[in-house]
Design a protein around this ligand. Sequence first.
Ligand code: SF4
Ligand code: SF4
Length: 95
Amino acid sequence: MAKVKGDIIIDIEKCKGCELCTDACPQDSLETAKQVNSKGYLYIVKIEDNCTGCTNCALVCPEGAITVYRKVNNQKKEIAKFKNITNDITLTVNE
Ligand code: SF4
Ligand code: SF4
């Protein structure tokens, strides 16, 4: 099965530090930063590179501060293999 890798971008100036996203993240990828943004809110930062792109954090964010990206790692899958008559050359066709 193809493995899904995700990533997020947080607009820290939009973030109000409500922590709904940290609670919603099943990967515990998010944490409150130790600094505040220009409006005085402690904003959220990504602390782990294990995001699956599930979108939970973006869905619960009332400020629309999170954008989620998803990348599916297309693993090569063998779909055909041919051998020549003397069996010394093999040609493999991948998806
Ligand atoms: S997309 Fe899912 S896994 Fe990634 S940071 Fe958001 S809640 Fe966590
Ligand atoms: S849900 Fe949105 S506003 Fe709340 S802490 Fe997360 S990014 Fe900031």
